[in-house]
Design a protein. Structure first.
Length: 187
């Protein structure tokens, strides 16, 4: 069974696609958050395809993320029609996945990253990545960087919470219903 993974940027889609590496995942990207949300609604209501919507939280504050989950979840609830979906808020941004493995990231980048940038990436990964890739088309540079990641780095990055949540959803919707059902035993 195919699953849509919808993002609010092409760069985010490319990062997740490379790390997840599952051919059953169909990628789609809107240019902005609202486009991505509407694309997810379309995938759920028109195409009736399980969908994971991955958006940047752009925050580290729990309260802000809870509000985002409630608002976006409310929109998705109105259009899902019993088709499974999952909203994944990337904390703080999808680029955080790349910074979860320093050795693999630096190898893919082709140079060392100073400790100050590495620390700042915990809070502002996209800004740091843009600075490290300065002077180059960002989306193309991300594609080149992600393609340069070796299998070891991809395996380590796959442990990032964003990737784990996406994979968990894929596994849930692809499991036969008989395996998902709980067996009740007579007492």
């Amino acid at each position: 069974m195919n699953v849509y993974a919808i993002f609010d940027s092409i760069a985010s889609a490319r990062i997740v696609d490379r790390v997840v590496g599952d051919p059953s995942v169909m990628l789609a990207s809107g240019d902005v958050r609202s486009s991505a949300i509407m694309m997810a609604c379309g995938a759920l209501s028109s195409e009736r395809t399980p969908t994971v919507l991955v958006l940047d939280s752009d925050s580290l504050e729990e309260r802000i993320m809870l509000v985002q989950q409630a608002e976006i979840g409310g929109i998705l609830d109105d259009c899902h029609g019993r088709i499974p979906y999952r909203l994944v808020l990337a904390v703080p941004q999808v680029e955080a996945i790349l910074f979860s493995d320093r050795e693999g990231f630096e190898k893919g980048l082709g140079r060392k990253v100073v400790d100050e940038d590495w620390f700042e990436a915990r809070f502002r990964p996209r800004a740091v990545l843009r600075r490290l890739l300065a002077g180059i088309d960002y989306e193309q540079a991300v594609r080149t960087l992600v393609d340069a990641l070796d299998d070891t780095a991809l395996r380590r990055m796959a442990h990032h919470p964003i990737i784990r949540e996406i994979r968990e959803f894929i596994t849930e919707v692809q499991e036969p219903a008989s395996k998902r059902a709980r067996v009740r035993r007579a007492g």
